[in-house]
Design a protein around this ligand. Structure first.
Ligand code: MYA
Length: 461
């Protein structure tokens, strides 16, 4: 977390945790072109409808558009002997538990096995059961003899806008193979199977993210981390005391007020949905890569449930609005919670982690150019207040660190609100679609790009 570290052991530990935070086990994004796998060595990816690394994109659009669901096989590819395909019924508590046990034990872990993601049933209900979800898009592989779930991949439906074009699409997430089944080329088989099932529904595009560099990212964002409970982060070995600093100085540096400061800041409610969605839609127009939300989807993603005001997922998603003195909603902000389990610590069992999700503000709506200096100043001021209030709420909900990417307009507040750059990068990919690069909010030297900000307006879990 802290970058001015001295002792080698602490440095190693921080590197491990930052690797963990970027949701992937290998980060190749910092390797030079020569060190990366070349296109010809991507035995699987070179056969897929994705742009190759050196491809010069002349025009944006689908790579193939000539297939129909009837051209797609009705049966999956053969599975390894002793294993079998399954559709994981996520409405069955037992099967849902199989998924989170698989992910908690195999998704990502630091080298010393001290921290692990603590996925919960509520998190998966929120992440996988969005409007339009399809049971058969939760694909698993089980051991034939025992029924043990050893691999998983999921898709959810999304409508995307890439610049001015609209794409009916899916988001692919939670690809996971049990540690003992790694490097057996099972991932390509899972990817082909989810592709088959999605194609059968006449959908031909997908959005996915990975820390790993694959052919070929449409954008790359950087992870950033804002300590909320510095003492605890230090005690559990998550961060170390920088040289020349004292503990009280570090605590003081990250101290936050007790409660939100913005006038009119309050939780998003069912009655606000229409107004907030229209504010949000207008705000999102500025970005080149966005997810479009129907009213039902907006309710699901920001209130946690479509059929009840008080949902069980309320511990997962936190959404707020700012209502001005005329009762108009002028800002919206949200974040989600995904904690770590701390293994082998006598005092602390959990590390609370908040992730910045979507937000919107009308602060610069009167300007046609969002990068106009006056417009930027107005938005910067508003976003600083808005995200500061969110940090306060996250802290009061026992979160110890708060993460954000360099996407959206985040570079306007990252430095001011003391988000430190992580060493993780997240690459965004489109399947079966060629697109010009979308700016990820980092400069050539990987610093926050305060001037251009980012054109990525999508946040994936
Ligand atoms: C129209 C609908 C389309 C739908 C599909 C759209 C595409 C969706 C794509 C999926 C989006 C997922 C989004 C997320 O969930 S990203 C999160 C990924 N999960 C993890 O990092 C969890 C821990 N790791 C694991 O479980 C395994 O290491 C995984 C499963 C990642 C690889 O297992 P394993 O280590 O045992 O490897 P293998 O021998 O079976 O296979 C090797 C091949 O797999 C390629 N590989 C490795 N990692 C990834 C990766 N993260 N995305 C895509 N491809 C990946 C690799 O380059 C090589 O291909 P090639 O280099 O030779 O060509």
């Amino acid at each position: 977390m802290e970058r001015k570290l001295n002792p080698e052991t602490d440095k190693k530990k921080i590197e491990d945790v930052l690797r963990l935070l970027k949701l992937n086990d290998v980060d190749l994004s910092k390797l030079s072109e020569q060190q990366r796998k070349e296109m010809k060595d991507h035995k699987f990816w070179k056969t897929q409808p994705v742009p190759s690394f050196d491809e010069k994109i002349e025009e944006e659009g689908p790579i193939h558009s000539d297939k129909t669901p009837d051209d797609i096989p009705n049966e999956p590819l053969p599975m390894l002997p002793d294993f079998e395909w399954c559709t994981v019924d996520i409405e069955d508590e037992g099967q849902l538990e199989n998924v989170f046990v698989l992910l908690n034990e195999n998704y990502v872990e630091d080298r010393d096995a001290e921290f692990r993601f603590n996925y919960t049933k509520d998190f998966f209900k929120w992440a996988l059961k969005c409007p339009g979800w399809k049971p058969e898009w939760n694909v698993g592989v089980r051991v034939k003899s025992t029924g043990k779930l050893v691999s998983f991949i999921s898709a959810i439906p999304v409508d995307l806008r890439v610049r001015s074009k609209f794409l009916k699409s899916v988001e692919i997430n939670f690809l996971c193979i049990h540690k003992q089944l790694r490097s057996k080329r099972l991932a390509p088989v899972l990817i082909k199977e989810i592709t088959r099932r999605v194609n059968k529904e006449n959908i031909w595009h997908a959005l996915y993210t990975a820390g790993t560099v694959l052919p070929s990212p449409i954008s790359t964002c950087r992870y950033t981390h804002r300590p909320l409970n510095w003492s605890k982060l230090c005690e559990v070995g998550f961060t170390a005391l920088p040289e020349g600093k004292t503990n009280p100085q570090m605590v003081a540096q990250y101290t936050l007020p007790k409660g939100p400061l913005m006038k009119g800041f309050r939780p998003l409610e069912l009655k606000d949905i229409d107004e907030t969605l229209s504010l949000f839609n207008r705000y999102q127009e500025r970005f080149d890569l966005v997810q479009l939300f129907s009213k039902e989807e907006f309710k699901h993603w920001f209130l946690g449930s479509t059929d009840s005001k008080v949902s069980t997922e309320s511990e997962v998603i936190y959404s707020y609005v700012v209502e001005n003195e005329n009762g108009k909603i002028v800002d919206f902000v949200s974040f989600y919670s995904l904690p770590f389990t701390i293994l082998n610590n006598a005092v602390y069992k959990n590390l609370g982690i908040g992730y910045l999700f979507y937000y919107a503000s009308d602060a610069d709506f009167t300007y046609t150019d969002r990068l106009n200096p006056e417009a930027s100043e107005k938005l910067k001021k508003r976003l600083n207040s808005l995200v500061k209030d969110v940090l306060i709420i996250a802290k009061s909900n026992k979160m110890d660190v708060f993460n954000a990417l360099t996407s959206q307009d985040n570079s306007l507040f990252l430095d001011d609100l003391k988000f430190g750059p992580g060493d993780g990068f997240l690459n965004f990919y489109l399947f079966n679609y060629r697109a010009f690069p979308v700016h990820g909010g980092i400069t050539e030297t990987k610093k926050y790009d305060v001037e251009k900000r980012s054109d990525v307006g999508i946040v994936m879990l």
